[in-house]
Design a protein around this ligand. Structure first.
Ligand code: MD6
Ligand code: FE
Length: 221
């Protein structure tokens, strides 16, 4: 089957015991990729958040994001009324961001390699936390200097509806669920696709309670 034409609504492709779903050219979803390590991952994220707490950020235009964010890695993603950028210090504390925990780094690199992106070396991991009602509007991830590297995205906790559009804002949008433990890798021709997250539905997750956390690993610098 041509990977380009096998969308999650239509088919799942099985490789070994793992489901690898082609979303678009060079965009893959690995269902349940991190399930076995989920509780250790959550512990690692908690330890990052003790050092760099979640906060709400303002976006250009003055609105506040409904998602709460933090970062780890050499660079962290920050936003204020002046714009978005990567910064080597956490503006809340004035200190460096915590390092990316080794377990998370290993997971991101192995996932990238499975999607055909060998040698991925993320220097930024953005942590997005959603409570019911929180959402993320359609956007492109284009603040990274290195657009040749993919983005690796790990979802934990409550399920979300991911919106996956095209390279133009008005292109049609497909929707698919992102579940606890799912890993997405996208790059190459899909690197600048518009995407977003529909408002999170209320629920209770056994490990995460009423939360969804999404980690996105990037090579930003
Ligand atoms: C989220 N994710 O899943 C938001 N961006 O909560 C993103 O914005 C994202 O998952 C680029 C690549 C993968 C992503
Ligand atoms: Fe994004």
């Amino acid at each position: 089957m041509n990977a380009k034409n096998s969308y999650p609504e239509q088919s799942g492709q099985l490789f070994g015991d793992e489901e690898r779903i082609a979303i678009a050219d060079s965009a893959w979803l690995f269902r349940g990729y991190a399930l076995e390590q989920a509780s250790e991952i959550v512990e690692a994220v908690r330890s990052v958040l003790r050092q760099a707490p979640l906060r709400q950020m303002q976006v250009p235009g003055g609105h506040w994001m409904s998602v709460r964010t933090s970062s780890c890695g050499a660079l962290g993603w920050v936003s204020d009324s002046r714009g978005y950028r990567y910064a080597s210090e956490d503006p809340l504390s004035g200190r460096d961001w915590p390092a990316i925990p080794p377990l998370l780094l290993a997971l991101a690199c192995s996932g990238a390699a499975r999607a055909g992106f060998e040698g991925f070396s993320p220097d930024a991991c953005l942590i997005n936390c959603y409570q019911p009602g929180a959402k993320m509007g359609l956007h492109q991830d284009r603040d990274e200097r290195d657009l040749g590297s993919p983005i690796v995205s790990l979802s934990l906790g409550l399920p979300a509806t991911f919106m996956f559009g095209g390279l133009k804002r008005r292109d049609p949008v497909r929707r698919f669920p992102l579940l606890h433990g799912d890993l997405m890798v996208w790059g190459g021709p899909s690197r600048l696709v518009y995407h977003g997250v529909a408002p999170l539905k209320a629920g209770e997750h056994p490990l995460m309670g009423a939360w969804r956390i999404n980690l996105t690993f990037r090579h930003a610098g």
